[in-house]
Unconditional design. Structure first.
Length: 84
């Protein structure tokens, strides 16, 4: 699977959440059917790899405001918050 090839491993608690360790943080990819949510300090690097190396047809890339029935926003301290 592509995520394995990129160094991601599935979470033991939820197999739709994949993660990989970086030097000072973790990166996460959450997938549901044909939707992806990428959490990373540099998500564009992952997006480019998926498009260029694996020919993924990604659309709607950019900061996440809404995903699978959940709203996302950053508070005044830039902490990512979510709400139904």
């Amino acid at each position: 699977m592509v995520l394995h090839e990129l160094g991601f491993i599935p979470s033991k608690a939820e197999n739709n959440i994949w993660m990989r360790s970086r030097s000072n943080h973790y990166e996460y990819i959450v997938h549901y059917v044909d939707d992806l949510a990428i959490v990373s300090q540099n998500p564009q690097e992952i997006i480019d790899k998926l498009k260029d190396s694996y020919n993924f047809k990604l659309k709607g890339t950019g900061p996440n405001a809404y995903h699978l029935g959940t709203n996302f926003e950053r508070d005044q301290d830039r902490i990512l918050c979510m709400s139904p």
